[in-house]
Every structure is written in C-alpha cells, then in structure tokens.
Design a protein around this ligand. Structure first.
Ligand code: MLT
Length: 411
C-alpha cells in the first residue's frame, strides 16, 4: 500500500488563481456575449521585446548546426547569463554578488516553492499576511504549518505578520523567534514598498536570530521612486542572512517563456542539529544538480539579451506602459472615491473594498455587473479581507475601459 503525503490535505481549497480562472470560465460560458476584462492574475500582455526574439532566433539557428548544438547545459545556468546578471543587477548597484552565487531557473514561482527542500521541517516560518500564496502553500506541503484553524483562517505553526493600512503595510518584527522569513518587496499583492532603513531592521533581526530571509524581489524593475532598495543586498550584512529571488516574467514578459534566478550567497548558513554550520548554497547546488537540468539554452539567450542596450531600452518601454496602466487605475479609483494603495513602485493596486462587502462578494459584483476580474484580498490571507487587487498588466485599452465601467457605475 502506498501512503500519501498527508500535509497536502491541510491545504485550503484550490490554488487561488485556479479558483478565479474557474469562476471566470463559468461566467463567460454562461454569458458568451459579455466582454470580460481580466485584471486578476498578474500575467503580462505586451509581447516579448525584439532584442529577446532576435536572440532566440539566433539560438535556434545555432541549435541546428553541428558546431552550435547544445545538449544538457550547466544545471546552474550558462556563464554568459550569470555574468550578465551579476554585472547589471548587482555590481551596477554597488552590490558584490559572485556569478556562482546565482542559480538560473525556469522561474521564481518554482524557486520560491522549491527552496523549502533545503530547510528543516521544524523551522518556524514567518510570512506577511496577505501574502503570495506559494510561500504558504509550499510550507504546508512540507509539513511546517501545523493544522489549519478555520475560525482564524490561519495555520497553527505559521507566524503571520499582518500588513494593512493601519501599519502602513509595513510588517512588524515577530514577537517570537522565527527561523525563515518571507518578504516580498515591491509587495505582491499590496503593491507597497519598504525603504532601506525598514529593511535594515529585518536584516538585523535575522542576524541576531540566525534566521534566513527569503526575499522575493520579482517586481524590482517597477520601482519608480528613488531610495527604494531593488535588492536586499543593498542592506549591509544581508549577504549572510538572505536568499533573493528574481524573475524575468514581469520585467521582460517571460511568463510564458519561463526564466528567473535565485541568489544564494555562500555566507548564508544554516545549522545541523549538532550545531554545525552548513552553507545553503552548497545544499541548493546539490538539489539543483539532482532535480534540474537547467533552463533551456534558447531561453537563457533571450534572458541575456534583456541586458543588452537595446533590450534594456525595449523592456523599459514595456514597464513604462504597465506603470501608465497603474496610474490609470489609481486615477480611476480616486475618481470613484475608493481608497487604494500601491501602484507607484509596483504593478499592483490594492484597494479597499467599498460598502463593507467581503473581498469575494466584491469579486462577484465586479465580475457579474462590471465584467471586470480582479483578485480578492482574502485569497492572499485573512488580513487581505476587505481588500482587492487589480493588476496593471492588462492592455491600456482594457484598463481604461475597466476603470470607466467602475467609475460610471459608481462602484
Ligand atoms: C500574481 O498574480 O500574483 C502572479 O502573477 C502570480 C505568479 O507570478 O505566479
């Protein structure tokens, strides 16, 4: 007889974005005449930029020649891409990250999910609430969550760090000792950011408590204001306590292409039960070699092209396009008299649900009456209740139309 991993039975319902997709599919099937505008999942709409397309064409041609053909590549990523990442994403910002501290992957969702493999089951995990569901669900699957309490909507062993309007969406340090801390800034779902001095206190906490910060900076390219850290390694001492995740999905439209990377500096250490120090870099490298054969060569060539002069210019145009959508959403909400947050340094706008409705009630109203899809805040955690997320990744025309509908109906 085979036994299942019972941790999976502790998971709540289906994955948030699958639930939404199902609801939308049902609605459109019943109302084929309606034009539904999707501002729910953060999936991009701008095509991949010409610099990347050209790089892929070239890589495809190479693969068809005896000299250029590539079989298995390095599991950690090709040197050309790791070098470009180190240089442009880190050295250019005065951050010293070595090329071999970068692991190229098929996306940040996999990395943020798979990273749990290298941590002991007994670690205490802190997550912000609301949070990108992958951090929580993967720790539930790994058996680190304890039981779910339906009354509070929380797991007994997870330490929740509320982020809400009342604390300006800045998580407070936990009042108990935790071992793994997930932080995502610019934040998904709230679209808010932390300043350097606010991040410093987390690095200090992690250093004092021998904890590890799992820092997701997938949205750093959307920062428009000066003085907001793009990487946690801009904070002194972070290289000993932080693992950073990055993604090309939103930055360069790679949601369908799949490529991202994780940075694990060699100085980030964990401990055996006997108290022996072990580098997480070593463990992740071992895991990667065993479970992954590297991102595709063609895709890595496309990622490299992001860092070319042309590539940078082209992706910045797309990012500007999305941030203009964010501005349109903010302006629309302002006109509709709906309080909102974010959308200045992030492609997400987090709004306060009007009329005392729950997040899911508002979801249904928006879908059925306005034919606009967003993401209910409570899907990201109990403190997301009463909030709602709109993404700036739609087309400009659809974003304008969605906001017109919301304004005109006096939502
Ligand atoms: C989101 O909508 O939160 C993201 O698109 C999900 C993801 O990146 O996996």
């Amino acid at each position: 007889m085979s036994y299942i991993n019972e941790n999976f039975l502790e998971l709540q319902e289906s994955y948030l974005f699958s639930t939404i997709a199902k609801k939308v599919a049902n609605y459109t099937q019943e109302h084929p005449d309606k034009k539904v505008i999707k501002l729910g999942i953060g999936d991009v709409t701008r095509p991949i930029v010409p610099a990347c397309i050209q790089a892929m064409h070239q890589a495809v041609e190479e693969m068809g020649t005896l000299e250029g053909f590539k079989g298995y590549g390095p599991e950690q990523g090709y040197d050309f891409l790791r070098k470009a990442i180190a240089q442009y994403d880190y050295h250019a910002r005065g951050v010293d990250i070595a090329e071999d501290e970068i692991f190229v992957s098929d996306g940040a969702k996999c990395d943020t999910g798979n990273i749990v493999d290298i941590f002991a089951q007994g670690n205490v995990v802190a997550i912000t609430d609301p949070v990108y569901p992958v951090y929580l669900d993967t720790n539930v699957m790994a058996g680190r969550s304890g039981a779910f309490n339906p009354e509070t909507g929380t797991y007994e062993k997870i330490v929740y760090l509320p982020v809400m309007a009342e604390n300006d969406f800045k998580p407070e340090l936990p009042n108990q000792k935790v071992d793994m801390i997930y932080l995502c800034f610019p934040n998904n779902p709230t679209g808010t950011v932390l300043k350097k001095e606010e991040l410093e206190k987390w690095v200090k906490y992690a250093r004092e408590n021998h904890a590890v910060i799992l820092y997701d900076s997938a949205y750093e390219a959307f920062i428009t204001e000066e003085g907001i850290p793009h990487s946690i390694y801009e904070v002194e001492g972070a290289k000993e306590v932080a693992i950073e995740f990055r993604s090309f999905s939103k930055t360069a439209g790679f949601t369908g292409l799949r490529c991202g990377y994780v940075v694990i500096p060699k100085g980030v250490k964990g401990y055996t039960k006997q108290g022996k120090e072990v580098s997480y870099h070593q463990l992740w490298n071992r895991r990667t070699c065993t479970k992954f054969n590297g991102a595709s060569y063609i895709v890595q060539r496309a990622a490299e092209a992001i860092y070319s002069e042309e590539g940078q210019k082209q992706i910045k145009e797309n990012i500007g396009y999305y941030m203009e959508n964010a501005r349109i959403i903010r302006e629309g909400l302002e006109k509709a008299g709906i309080p909102y947050y974010g959308g200045v340094n992030a492609p997400y706008v987090w709004l306060k649900v009007p009329d005392g409705k729950t997040s899911w009630e508002f979801f249904d109203t928006l879908l059925q009456e306005y034919n606009v899809v967003g993401t209910p805040g409570s899907g990201f955690g109990p403190h997301g209740e009463g909030y709602f997320r709109l993404t700036a990744f739609g087309t400009k025309e659809n974003t304008i139309e969605a906001m017109e509908r919301i304004k005109s109906k006096g939502c």
